[in-house]
Design a binder for this molecule. Structure first.
Ligand code: TYC
Length: 112
C-alpha cells in the first residue's frame, strides 16, 4: 500500500495534513408536546368522550378513561405530538367546543 492507494482510508498525503473524521449526526429528535384537556362544570361528559374519539382517534374505552381523569383530577393528557400537530389539535378542540357552545378548555405544554 502506498500514499496513492485509493483503498487506504487514511492516506499519508505528505504536506497536506489530511484529517479524516467521523461526521457527528446532525439530526435531533423534535421536542414533544402534551395536549391537555381541562375540566369545567358545564360541558357534558358525553360530548367530551365524543370529542376525544373524533379528534384524538381514541376508542370509547380510552376516551372515557381520559374524560374521567379530567373530571376527577382537573386535567388530563389527550395525546403527545410535535409542536404543529399539538397546536392543530388544540385549535380543533376549541373550535368544536365553541361550535357547540361548551366552555371546554384545552392547552398544550412541552412534555418533560
Ligand atoms: N365536569 C364535566 C361534567 O361533570 C365533565 C367534563 C369532563 C368537562 C372533562 C370537561 O374536559 C372536561 N359534566
Amino acid at each position: 500500500m502506498s500514499a496513492q492507494d485509493p483503498s487506504d482510508p487514511t492516506p499519508h498525503d505528505p504536506g497536506h495534513s489530511l484529517v479524516v473524521e467521523e461526521a457527528t449526526p446532525k439530526l435531533k429528535r423534535p421536542p414533544l408536546y402534551q395536549v391537555v384537556l381541562l375540566n369545567d362544570d358545564y360541558t357534558p361528559m358525553e360530548f367530551v368522550v365524543e370529542l376525544l374519539e373524533r379528534i384524538f382517534s381514541l376508542d370509547r374505552v380510552q376516551a372515557t378513561r381520559v374524560m374521567l381523569e379530567v373530571h376527577t383530577h382537573g386535567r388530563g393528557v389527550c395525546g403527545v405530538y410535535t409542536f404543529e400537530i399539538a397546536e392543530t389539535k388544540v385549535a380543533q378542540v376549541m373550535a368544536y367546543a365553541r361550535q357547540h357552545q361548551h366552555p371546554l378548555l384545552c392547552t398544550m405544554e412541552e412534555a418533560g
